[in-house]
Design a protein around this ligand. Sequence first.
Ligand code: PRX
Length: 658
Amino acid sequence: MPSDTIDNLLHESRRFPPDPEFAANAVAGPDLYEDARRDRLAFWANQSRELLHWHKPFTRTLDWSNPPFAKWFNDGELNVAYNCLDRHVLAGNGDRVALHWEGEPGDTRTITYAELTADVKRAANLLTSLGIREGDRVAIYLPMIPEAVVAMLAVARIGAIHSVVFGGFSAESLRSRIDDANAKLVITADGGYRKGSVFPLKPAVDAALADGGTDVRKVLVVRRGGNDVDWVEGRDLWWHEELPQVDADHEAKPFAAEHPLYILYTSGTTGKPKGIVHTSGGYLTQAAYTHKYVFDLHPETDVYWCSADVGWVTGHTYVVYGPLANGATQVLYEGTPEYPKPGRWWELIEKYRVSIFYTAPTAIRSFMKQGRQIPQGRDLSSLRVLGSVGEPINPEAWIWYREVIGGNRTPVVDTWWQTETGAIMISALPGVTTLKPGSAQVPLPGISVDVVSDAGVPVGADEGGLLVITEPWPSMLRGIWGDPERYQETYWSKFGDKYFAGDGARRDKDGDIWLMGRVDDVMNVSGHRLSTAEIESALVAHPFVAEAAVVGASDETTGQAVVAFVIIKRSHRDQAAAVDVNAELRSHVARQIGAIARPRDIYIVEELPKTRSGKIMRRLLRDTAEGRPVGDTTTLADTTVMAIITEKLAGGVASSED
Ligand code: PRX
């Protein structure tokens, strides 16, 4: 966590009790905690029955007979897309706006639930006509356009499994995800708008598929950017040409509650991203439940906006499945907050009268830097609830968010969860909880967590420890695609019966939980997870590089930033000296993984600090990268290495940011 966070933790002592008027109309009440405490499984069963439509009702809530492989609502059947679409239309809400979409150039589309349902029905028929069947994998590589939502729901509707790949990932990353899941179809676009220009997507798909060897038979291409694209006859199909040719009607068939819904890749501690698998009934239950209570959703009147891209889990659960299952009206925005000028987000909040807004601390910190006069130039009075996700929010940013964006009125909920948890696990409830800036606070009703020592023993108040989840939860990951051992090993081997989240945490005297950042080799840059090992592998794949070590160093805006220490091969030193080697390596990482993984700084060094058994001591490199005195070096094989590195860094050889 950034060091200023620690100072802020110490200095911010204000508390924000619920406003009585807000509490009187709040969806959640203290009874929710009592209900869950009384009978946790009955609580979840009731939530699921209330929030979802089951084609075939379940009779069993949880089967935990073969841990850590959970089955929730196992004998029930439902259709996820039907829950997000048809049932709202059948209930008479077809005219309600589902999506207020705004493209970055300013073009707009307003899509009602009836229209979205019709679009998804046609797309479902199209997928079927292309040979996609129940259980097949479909890769989705799209910008933030309504078709991304339509594609996901169409895949879900026919019982296929989507694997959404963030549009910022490279062709290489896309290829490895297509291969790992044996995807049969890719849905992409010619390009999308970002920072005022079109970024092409189709060329990355072409590159990913160029040398064959995949199961992909067809590529569906949405026209968005209008940019020229290469075309592979027999493989590539335009979305807008194919859709009108298929039937408009489509009946949603039910699938088993544990039928897989999607795979979403996330970084772990090794070089290979993990395909996190989520299933249907439990996932949708917790997505809908958390979206309703954590954001105090009143679907008839609220306008909700989550700024996440659908390429990340936040976009899956809080742009697609949670809000649509709840029949919410939401804003979907294609571009960046800065285009055509800073303040675009506030303009959208004013324009659509957004009442619930959910974003990441990195975004808030960058707005703080731009100054409060930008949001203050807009009417943000429609806002009633603000949410934060993805990384610890330092109290200073929390207070700014509430004061400047929330007009000193709105509750701010800091929501802790992960790709693996599928939905929010720890958060205050607006209208119920007295808010404490900087703390994610308490597990939601129905969720059980603890903070334990390395030996698995609960730690005392204010002592640091590891966050664990002590009971299975409905939206928990069901495994890692194709790798059940890695699932057990990563999350369940450390403490046996408790899920190990990989986060450090502390519980204070009031029982509130403070997240202290990852305890493994996973970095959190702008709320996005990156693996040190994956970036190291990318670096050593460059012909110049002999060895590389990557650390996440504190960064004022992005929480952490990628900092790489690289040894250049003796044989390539002359070649490296002839080019801007830092720039070369930074763009190499962007090409290999994606721009988000590009190191902020690269330091060329002669040696890396290693233990006698050859393990790189990243802790020491982090000290150096953050300008702190280097910690204990006695376990190093060569204790002089750090002194040399530190001296070299002090000489100012670091690269700088773009
Ligand atoms: O370290 C925690 C951090 O983000 C990690 C999960 O990353 P990802 O799977 O990409 O999902 C991000 C969006 C849910 C966690 O292990 N994290 C997430 N939310 C918070 C957080 N850290 C502190 N406070 C949070 N509210």
